[in-house]
Write a protein that binds this ligand. Sequence first.
Ligand SMILES: [Zn+2]
Ligand SMILES: [Zn+2]
Length: 194
Amino acid sequence: MMAEGTHNDMMPEQHQEADKDIENSLEQIAHDDSANMDWAMDERLKRMIVDLQRHWLTDYHNSREKALVELTEKLHQEFLSDQQKIRADLLQQFKEELEQTRADLETKYREQLKSESAKLTERHKRELVASKKKQWCWQCENEAIYHCCWNTAYCSVECQQGHWQTHRKFCRRKKGGSGAGAPGAAGASSSAAQ
Ligand SMILES: [Zn+2]
Ligand SMILES: [Zn+2]
């Protein structure tokens, strides 16, 4: 009875231990299982994250490339329009400068022409006045140095002699004395040039 009693006493402990073992094993299994499950979950999650990451990266690359292409296109367009604007501005500036130069030259030329014309007019007037003060040979239209009578003068004795046949009828000087108006007459004055 003692032994049995002892045995019986021992039994609950042994059972307890066995139970504990089973418990432990179960726990271990459960733990392993959960670990396995955790691991599987991890793998799946990891794969999902990697996939997502890859997707995002592709998206990011695509949108970045698209943005870069758009930016490049925009910059190119801006460059082109800037260049066009600069070219138009330069052309406009050049046109204005050309117009200004043309206007300046025209003004300068007009003033030059005016002063030249004024000079010519002045010279012409002076020459006309001087010419009016001169007497001209009745015979040959050279400047006269011999005065015969009113409105009649000659450049030389030859011209006076050549004209005498016509002039003798009109000569006012012949009143002063017969033969006075004869060719080569002393009456031909050298002060005619006045
Ligand atoms: Zn003459
Ligand atoms: Zn005369």
